[in-house]
Structures are given as C-alpha cells and as structure tokens.
Design a binder for this molecule. Structure first.
Ligand SMILES: Nc1ncnc2c1ncn2[C@@H]1O[C@H](COP(=O)(O)OP(=O)(O)OP(=O)(O)O)[C@@H](O)[C@H]1O
Length: 412
C-alpha cells in the first residue's frame, strides 16, 4: 500500500473500547459511571462536558463508547452549529433518523464548545441547552477550557469530567505498541524523545512517530531530524500551489505523501483560494468545488460512521479531483490567502488567551480561584462598567488589568 493510502495512525490506533483509552483513570471512572446511568435508563445528568488539553482522549473515549456499545455516533463540531437554526437543522434530524447499520442506540458528540459562541450566537447556546434538557440520548461536549462565563449555564447542566495530560510513560507504552504492531524496531531513547516532545499530547506523539517511521523498519535517534523539517513541509502555501497548478493528477496527488499533511486544513485553504487561481473559468471553479464538496461529504461520513476506508477517496478528491478540472486556465501567479474561517478561530483563540491571562492575574491578587473570579466577581465589574466606565476601569487597574487587557476582560 502506498504511503498516501496509509491511514493516519491516530485513526488506525484510536481506542476501540473504553478500557483501551490510556491514562486518566479517574476521569474514565466518572465517565463510565455516567454512561452506565444512561444504560440503566436513569441518567444522573443528560450531558457530560469532558474538558482538558488536546490529545488527551476526550474525543477518543466517546468514539470508543460508540463502538463498544454499537451506538451510532453523531459527531458535530460546535462551530458548525453556532446558531439556533443549525442545531435544529443538523442535530435534531440526526436524532430522528433510524440507523441503517443495525446500531442499538446513539450518542451525540459536540466537539470544542469553548470559544464558539459570541454575543450574537446566544440563540445557538440556548438551543443547545434545550437539546440537553430534551435529549433521549447521551450527549457529550468537549472543550479545552470550559471556564468561559458564557458557558456557565451549560456547565451547570453537565457532568464535568476533567481529562489531564497523558503521562510520558503511558505515551511511550502506546508508541511502543504501535511500533510492534507495525513491525518497526525502535530504541527506547527514540520513544522517550518523542514522548517528551509531545508534552502530554498523545495525538502529537503518534503523529510524530508516524512521520519519522515513514517506510522504515528501524527508527533511530538520527531519524528524529524529520520532526524539525516538518515545519517546512507544512508550508500550506506551497501545498495549495502544487494542488491548484499541477499539470497532472499525479502531481497534485504527490502532496498526500507529505508525512504531516493536515487534510482538513487543506480543504479550508482550497476552499478559500480556488476562485483566485481558477478564475475567470467558471467551469473550472465549478468542477473544483464539486470535488471539494464531495470530499467534504465523504469526510463527514467517514468521521460519523467511523468508515476510515473513505480517507483515500477524500485525499484523491481534494488533490487530483480539485486539480483535474475542465477548462483549467493557464498558470498564473496568485497570492494565496489564509482561510477566513481559521482566521476567525485564531482571533477567538488570542482573545481567549489574553482573557485567561488577565483573569489569572486578578484572581491571584484577590486570593480567589480563577473560576471564582470569572463567575462571581467579573460579572459585577461588567455591570459597573455599563453605568460608570471610569470607575470600572479603576477597579480593573487595581487588579493589574489595564488598557487593552481591560477590553478583553470586559468583552470576552
Ligand atoms: N487517552 C488516549 N488513549 C489512547 N489514544 C489516545 C488517547 N488520547 C489521544 N489518543 C490518540 O490521539 C488521537 C487524538 O485524541 P483525541 O481526539 O481523543 O484527543 P482530544 O482530547 O479529543 O483532543 P482535542 O481537544 O484536540 O479534540 C486519537 O485518535 C488517539 O489515536
């Protein structure tokens, strides 16, 4: 099998049963108790909010539950259901359709609920709360940081379960298992270096292992150099250029051999840049978006039904499919743009980070926890701000929050 057709190991070795989810014993216990309360038909809480750092197994445990109980997994990214209409048009219909795969139940996963809802989307958040109150299936939400004051009502409704970073020893064990299943000989030093570098993120560790292992049956410390070179390979501008301007389908397909190609990111980039490269040929633009939308449909089917065999089709559609369009205009130099959607997400991320930093500082000065500051004190400062801006700014300044940071704290 060529490397382009190889499944990402993070998917191939995703835990199939809850016991296969590594580490976080305490969280697993709480989660299992919650799932069992659903199985018994008397859920303690309708929804669980799994929170913690990336790559710690939050999503994996839900996938494992679906496959272990033979439940249909309805997986949706929170940013796709920001509005009330989206919740009604995307989530409710999925709950009502009968599964054609002989599933015995359903479980709903709404990923990354933090940083999604802005002031304009409160309707979406309310609709989610309504969904929690009425659901007849277990509903799991995930977040890296669940302490946003906007999520307070949501938090109150959910069983909160904290996932922590995965320990280095556990990471090394997972990497060692993968090596033996793949028939790869790998020094402990190498596993230790990859695990160390991952800093508790098992997804990053497995991806790194796959990058260094490409086509080898022995990995040594010298091979870790690839990890340093990855930054260059990840240069999305170059990847987009290859796909959109390649003269042959094979040329476009060649990017799928980059060890760390992020195919979901590539879809966003192509979506943003197809028109600039293919205009004025409407036929070329239409064909390219046809291929991209087919890839998107397959990608979401792949994730929803855990049909990883669809990945090669997705890869071919977003490369050869997008490149091999009819009436493709001659090569022209185009300055590609960064996807607007990702820009929006990263803006929210910066805001969130500033907000977290500032509230930590204030909480330390006040000798309270950060969450207490955000939920019990900050709302009053915001209220004061609506009546007397200067006075509220004085309060914030006495808490070490000034200028720009005050804006983040008041508006986030
Ligand atoms: N605890 C774990 N046990 C086994 N595999 C794991 C674990 N955590 C992560 N992985 C591996 O890493 C991949 C990504 O993990 P997962 O999607 O569960 O992370 P996450 O905590 O949901 O991260 P994010 O917050 O970024 O969504 C999984 O596909 C799996 O291969």
């Amino acid at each position: 099998m060529s490397s382009s057709r190889q499944l990402p190991w993070v998917e191939k070795y995703r835990p199939k049963r809850i016991v296969d989810v590594v580490g976080n014993e305490e969280a697993k216990k709480e989660y299992i108790a919650w799932i069992n309360s659903w199985v018994r038909g008397s859920p303690s809480r309708k929804a669980a909010l799994l929170y913690g750092p990336p790559g710690s197994g939050k999503t994996s445990i839900v996938h494992a539950t679906a496959s272990e109980f033979n439940w249909e997994l309805i997986e949706i990214n929170a940013s796709d259901v920001r509005s009330r209409e989206a919740i009604f048009s995307r989530v409710y219909p999925a709950l009502q359709t009968r599964s054609v795969y002989g599933h015995t139940g359903k479980i709903i996963l709404i990923d990354e609920v933090d940083g999604v809802w802005t002031k304009e989307d409160v309707g979406g958040l309310d609709a989610l709360i309504e969904l929690i109150n009425t659901t007849t299936y277990p509903l799991v939400l995930t977040a890296n940081d669940p302490w946003d004051p906007k999520l307070r009502d949501l938090r109150d409704l959910c069983k909160l379960i904290e996932f922590k970073k995965i320990g280095k020893r556990d990471i090394m064990r997972v990497l060692g298992d993968i090596c033996s299943k793949e028939g790869i000989t790998c020094d402990r030093d190498v596993l230790s270096a990859i695990a160390e570098n991952a800093k508790g993120d098992l997804r990053a560790a497995i991806n790194d292992l796959q990058s260094v292992a490409m086509g080898k049956d022995t990995i040594t410390l010298a091979d870790l150099q690839v990890l340093g070179e990855r930054a260059a390979q990840e240069n999305m501008f170059e990847v987009v250029r290859i796909v959109l301007t390649s003269k042959t389908p094979e040329g476009a397909l060649s990017v799928t051999r980059l060890p760390s190609l992020d195919y979901e990111m590539l879809i966003e980039w192509l979506n943003e840049n197809i028109i600039a490269q293919y205009s004025p040929s409407l036929r070329a633009i239409a064909d390219a978006y046809d291929a991209l939308s087919l890839a998107d449909v397959n990608l979401s089917r792949m994730k929803r039904k855990q049909m990883w065999a669809l990945l090669p089709y997705v890869m071919e559609l977003i490369t050869a499919g997008v490149s091999g369009v009819r009436e493709k205009p001659p090569f022209k130099f185009v300055k590609y743009s960064f996807p607007e959607k990702l820009r929006l997400l990263s803006r929210l991320k910066t805001k969130r980070e500033k907000f977290i930093q500032a509230s930590k500082r204030a909480a330390t000065l006040l000798h309270v926890s950060t969450s207490m500051f955000r939920s019990e004190i900050l709302p009053y400062i915001r209220l004061i701000y609506t009546y007397d801006k200067d006075y509220a700014m004085k309060i914030l300044s006495s808490l070490g929050i000034e200028d720009e940071n005050a804006k983040y704290v008041l508006e986030y």
